[in-house]
Each structure stands twice: as structure tokens, then as C-alpha cells.
Design a protein around this ligand. Sequence first.
Ligand code: IPT
Length: 997
Amino acid sequence: MKQRVKKRWEDHTITGIGRREARAAFYEDTSEKISLNGQWKFLYLEAPELSPEGFMNAGTDGWDEIDVPSVWQLRGYDAMHYTDVLYLFPIHPPYVPSQNPTGIYKKNVVLTKEWLANDTVLRFHGVDSAFDVWVNGEYVGYSKVSRLPSEFDITDYVSEGDNDITVRVYKWSDGTYLEDQDMWWLSGIYRDVELINEPKNAIMDCCVNGDLDASYRNGILSMELRTKKEECTGTWQLEKEGVRIAEGVFETKECHAHVKAFVENVQTWTAETPELYTVIVRVDGHEARVRTGFRKIEIKGRNFRVNNKVILLNGINHHDYNPKEGRVVSYEQMKSDVILMKKHNINAVRCSHYPANEYFYDLCDEYGLYVIDEADLECHGFEWVENYEWITDDPEWEASYVDRSVRMVKRDRNHPCIIMWSMGNESSFGCNFRSAAKAIRELDQTRLVHYEGDSEAEVTDVYSTMYTRLKGLQEIAEYKVKGEKPHVMCEYGHSMGNGPGGLKAYQDMYRRHSRLQGGFIWEWYDHGIYTEEEGHTYYKYGGNFEDFPTNGNFCIDGMLMPDRTPSPALLEYKQVISPIEVQKVEGKNNELILTNWYDFLSLSHLYIKWWISGNEETVEEGLINELSAAPGEEQRVIIPYTAFMPQANVDYYLNVSVCYKEATAFAEKGYEISRTQFALPEHMVVLERRPAGDKLTAEEAEGILLIRNGKICVTFHTVFGKMISVEIDGKAYLTDGPQMTVYRPTIDNDMYKKDDWMNKYFIQKSSEQLEWFSYELSDEKAVVTMQKYFGCLNQSWGYVATYEYTVYPCGQVKVHLDAKTVQNGKLEPAFLPRLGVVLRADKSLQNTMWHGRGAGENYEDTLTACPIGVYRSTVDDMGTNYVFPQENGHREAVRWFSVGDGKNSMLCTMEAPYGINLSNYTDEMIEKAQHPWQLEKSGDVTIHIDYRQSGVGSNSCGEEQLEEYKVKRQDFVMTFTLLAVQAGEEINAACKKYHDD
Ligand code: IPT
């Protein structure tokens, strides 16, 4: 049998041809550069073998043009495809499909005689997935690893005048087997390309480390230098903000030199104090600048430490992503990402699951974020054929595994922000990871080695897990499992759609147990693809390009929406991880305990702004500037508010906002980093009776009962047992009365319950049957009572629900629901999405107000960033526009709400705090829609009043709703009153309490 011929891009034993050794990305250097970004000639082919004869020499007549950097799938070539785990071809490593989308790129560059006095280096910052290079028709080399740079010395290939650069890029290569990350499959020259004019003697590499001595106060600067010339002399300097701190000379032998210097009393680098120094190195005419920071990362005792402190990582997983450009991300976007992270109290990033563009690390150095830099390596698809170790444990693949870590370390090792090297993601474990760990340690002993797939932490310094449930985490925390290494949760809190909930429980656990050194939320950004189509603007996800198989909207799982709006989850995370926690001293209304959760900073750069709020009024306010607690310590403060005369039935709160005293690099002076609220005692005054009104009458005919006077008209259906409308002063407010419901439009985090809920327990198919109906009319009121049986299709569990409506002549309707649960069989859902009622209001009532948690959406397990107050909005603005429509816009702890048309409002006051949703879409519509533009407004405003709604959890990948946030079938009672008020009168009216309630 003839052997299959291995193509170059199917040969895993080749890690590159003609490529230069990887080296540090300098922060700056003096060699001139020509950016090759911009328009290139482009020829798209179905396979490399279909390349035109002599294409590396020939002209480009008839070729297209493409902009570089870009991914060709977003320029109209090939097809968009998203999978989480699946390879798009048979698993037959190292071979790839014969149909292998290929792009030939060509660009002409004019070089001058002066330029040619130096050497010419061609640098690609990222090409997906493998590529060959020709210059002026001659073959230069080959490279792969999509998320790392490749450099070629093309001095011998270029000449004065026109030079032709040809790059042939292959979508599939043996490297693809190692690049099976959960993301869109995208190809092309997607990061910058440049030509470097490198001096004949140049600094080739400069590996800088800023260490600390045993006192953790003095710095030890060490540098490994590599020059182009075998032997030369150079100088170095260390500067801080332009001031020279140290300097010296060095001599290279066989191209290498080593410098070591002791620097007294340095300002140490941490994510909280990103103190940077600049190293300037000069040889002959070449100068390179590298930024460094003095800090020490070590395992000491059972923890990892930075500068001798056990730190806690409050992190996020970051992919390169842009909704219009795919994996092409600009410096400006990355900067705004880093600033947003810092503004949300995040202190760590994991580059999941590949090295980012090099300037990302510059930004993390500068603004202060701890980084786990991760090698471009994942072969998850092998898990699904139950041969997960196939190539991971095959020594033949060793070079390609090691190459991915080594080149990453060589490029990035100057960055103080990087505290761990991660060898990859989801690739099982085997000999090739042992080799990669060894290779990393040979290059760098100043950082830790991470890889979650090393589930026994055999070669890693930290024990890393993902999505570990709290119960398992508790065991880890107590050292009951996997030895003694410190633990990090490299992924948790799956931010898909509405959620994640329950983050506070994780944070509390991290803070309680020293073995747990924090975690990284999955993930930063929703990977939706910006689309304008037939007048709609929206974001596509897997399957929307007819891509099959796909994991659909599993890529819409970020805390940042595709349009860069922080989701409610990001605001929640900010509050949960806030470095200051504010609690009240038991039994005291004005004494607080502040806990400083910073690892290095005292609280002295913060101040407290406090105010007492009652509805929309601020009763008293003040500032406290004297914060001083050291890291990890507590401080007591007294809020000096004076006694005030509370107004009747107004609930007052002490609000405590913690802000920056001065502007920081990422936030303005006064920027709030946390907000906490404490309820103050209430002053209840019950009024004697409701205002009078004309006597009510009752008319009953053909199943309709009208209770009315000149002010109000309430219609009931005596057969269906329902209040069907409420009209006050001639205006229709309610268009359908309350009816029980236990269902909410499925959220992504309930995806594993959906089938049971909807196809077994049919919670969306509930109905009420009338058991009996009666009414009583008196001078003071009309009382309409109906007993109903509530249940879902083919279910034996349900409720006996007694509704009592009291209509008052003054124009109010009080609704009292007493629901007693029954079960006549055995099966029922373990818990329910909600327990409450749904009613509908006239669609003109679009202005909303509520007294409850806000301003944003909140659920029982996502409400720490949502204090109680009076908020104003509109029905539409109360919703959260998730890329994949689902339950949204809920508000907890609502005491009253109103919907109004600008002139009049329907006010609903509650006897106890309930949850609400106000929406222009019905639940059915939200459940059905795949994209926001498919949502059609219904004819009225849907109002949900929930006795309770379940939390959202993180179960799309992770912990379910915690027990305390699950709504169980239980008896319940709800009472609320509907009335009409003039716009502007809502608050006053809501504060009235009646004796007959
Ligand atoms: C985990 C992956 O590491 C990550 O890339 C992403 O796919 C995430 O899940 C889900 O969005 S893998 C999972 C099997 C725990």
C-alpha cells in the first residue's frame, strides 16, 4: 500500500521553517518599522494545491483585495462556524481535510538604499492557522501557532525598489488539532504585520526580571541580553518616570551578556500598585526599552504569594474578541477592556485560551492586573471520542506542545503582570505537558506553572479547577483533596445570558479559606457577530450562519454585551469583589465595620459618602475621609447622622458609597467602587379609612359582573373566575386580571431544566378552573370572592387559589390571593421558576416607577449591586436586551410600582415586598424569539408580581441555584392594591396605609 504523503501543514514534527527564535516583545525600540497593515491582494482557494502555477512570482490580475489584519470569514470568504468542542473534520491527526480553505496574500513594499544598509525582518503578530512566506518569489519559511508572532529575517531576499511579499495561509493544519478552543473558527492574517529595519548590530533579546531581596524592599534587577554581534559593548539604565536610578555597561560574549544590579528601596509592583520602571539598553546605534516591575512571586507555606502576601485573584477570562472583526482587536479596544475591568474591581485576567496581542500585557502592567498567560493549546475534541490523551500523551507530539509554551514565555516574560504560565486548556494530561512544564521552568523560575488539565497537580504549582460546586470547593478549602497546593478556580460563574447568580457565596468562601486564592469568571465578552439585515441590527451566534453542528449561543457567555454594555452580572461582580466590605455593627444603626480586602493597600485612598434616603429625598448626608484600615484589617466608623423626624410610612436607608479620593489612571476622582445600604427603623402610621365615594352597584349578565360607581368600573368574569378589567375615571388601566403562574421564559442557566419543566411538567401550560364565585355589596365596598384550582397540563400537583377582590368606592381594588398547594400524585418539579401572578395593563402605560431594588435588573441571587430606592424608568428600559432573548428585567423587594401615561398612573401597592417584571412582551413571545428583533410587542403591558422568583444560578456551566434561591411548591398569600393617581402623586399615594387593610 502506498503511504499517504504528509503535507507541510500536516507535519506536527515541524514547528516552523526559517523562523527566528522567539524573543521578548520590546516596549519600544529605535529600529524603524514599516507597517504592512492595510490592503493586500488576495486570492481565496479551496485548497493550497489549487494555487496558480508560480503564484509566488506571478502578478495578481483578477485577484481580490483584503485588509490586513482581518479574518477572511468576515470578509465574505469561506463560512462562519462556531463550535465549542467539536473539530469540523474526522479526528485523524495530524491530517486535515483535502478541502482546506486557503488565502494567498500579496503585498508590494518599496525599500530604499538607506533601509538596505540594515537588516530586514518580517514580523507577523498572528496568522491563523499556518502559513508559508515568499519574498520576491523565493521561499522564506513556514510558521504556525495562530496566537503567537513569527519573525523571518528576509535581508537576503530584499532589494532596493519594489519587493513582493507573498503569504499563503492555511485554515487547517496539524496545529488545528491543538487549537480547538471554544470559539468561532476564523482564519487569516488577523494581527499586525510589520517590516523591521534592524541594525547590523542589534539587541536581539532582552530578558528582564525585577526581583526582590529577602526584605521585599530592595530590588534585584537581572537581565539576560542577546546581541546580533558575537562580541560588543553596551550600556543599560534603569529609570523611573524619567529619573535615572541605576546604570551600567555590559559586554557580550558569544552574543550573550548578563547584568545584575541591586536597587535599594524600590517601589514594588502589584496589581494594586502598578509601579513600573523602564530599562533602556543600548548597543551601537540600537536602543531598546523594556518596562519592568519589582515583585516576587513564590510559593511559601501552602500559598502563593506576591511580595510575601497571600493574594486573592478576582479575575475574568478574556478572549480576543470584537463583534465586527472577530479576533482582530485594536489597542484602543484592549485599553478600554482593561479600564473597564479595573473600574469593576477586577484584579486578574486569564488569557483564555491563548496569548493575547502583546500590547495587552503592556496595559496590564500599566493599569495593574495579574495575568495568567496561557499557551495557545486546546484539544478538547479528543475527549468526545474517549481518547483524550491521544496526542497529549504521544511523545511524537512533544515538540509542538513545548513550542507553544516556550514561544509564549520568550515573548512575554518581561511583563511584571504575568504571575502564572498556563500550558493550555482542556487537553487532558500526559507526557507532553510534563515536558512543557519542564521547558517553562528552564526558561523562567520566577513565576508559577498552571494547567487545569493536570488534575492531580503533578507538575503545576497550583491546583486549578473549573466550575467546581461549592460543596467540592469546601473540601478543597479544607485540604481534604489533592494535596496541599494552593487552589485557583480558572473558570467559574458562567455568564451566559441572564446570570450568573450566587457569586457572593463563592467570594465569601474564597475569603474565608486561605487555600482558595480566587477565581476567574467565564468570561469577559459575548461573542456575538454584529449583523445588519433587513433593517435589523443584531448579533448572530452559532447556527445563524447555517453552521452545523454548533453550540449555538454558548458563545454568548460574557459579562460584557457585544455592544460593550456591562451586563447586570458585571455590576454584580463589581460589588461582590469590591475590596471594601461594609457591614453594620449588630444592634447599632450608625456604627459600621469596614473590612479591607485589598492585599496591599490601606483604605486611606478612599472616602465614604453616606446619606440617609427616604423615597427620593435625601434627609442628611456627609463624608468620612479618615479611612485607614490596613490590608486584611477592619475599621469601625460612626456615621454621625442626627435624629430626624421620619415621615409616616416612609422607609429610610443609610446608604454608604465608597469612592476614590483622587482620580486614578482608570477612574475619575469620586468614582464609586462599592455601595451598601442598611434599613433604618420605620415609622408606620395607619390612616383611619379610605376616602369616601359614591355607592357601588353590581350588575351581572351573561357571565359578566360589573361593580361600579362614577369613579371606578371593575369587570369580572363569573364563569372563568377572573377580574378582566379595571377602569378608573373612564380610563382603562387593567386589561386582564391576575392569574397564577409558575413559569418564566427559559434562561440559559436553566437549559438543563427546561426539558423537564416544559415537556414533562408543562409549567408553561397552566390554567385556573373556577370552583365557586360569590360577591357581596355593602355601603363601604364590594367584595368578590372566587375559589379556583390552579394546575398545569397533566399534573397532579397544583393549588387551591382563593382570590378576594375588594372594590372601594374611592376607586381602589385590593387583591388578596390565598394559595394552598395540593399534590395528588408523586411527580413534580424539584423547584419552580416562580410563584406569582400575571396581569396585563393598558399599553399606553409606559412610564414606570417602583420602590424596590434597582436600578438594574436583579434576582434573589444577583442583587448585591441593587440597593432599594425609588426608581423611574419605562417599560422598555426596564428590560435587559440579552442577545438570546430570555427572562429579564426582574426587580426584587418591590413595595409599590406604577405604570403611567405621563398624566395618570396605575399604582400598585404591596402588603409585603414582592418581585416584579414589567414588559411589553409576553412570556410566550420571549420564549419563542431567537433574537431581539423577533420580539413583537403585545397589545398590553405584561405585569408579573412574584411572591418569589427563583434565582438564576450558573448552571449553563456550573452551580445550580443555591437551595435558598429555589422556589419550592408551598402555600402562599399575596395582597396588593390597585389605584389610579395623577402622575407625580405616586409616592405620596403609595405612603398611605389604611386601617381596613
Ligand atoms: C470550559 C472551557 O474551558 C471554556 O473554553 C468554555 O468552553 C467554557 O467551558 C464554557 O463556556 S469547558 C467545560 C466543559 C467546563
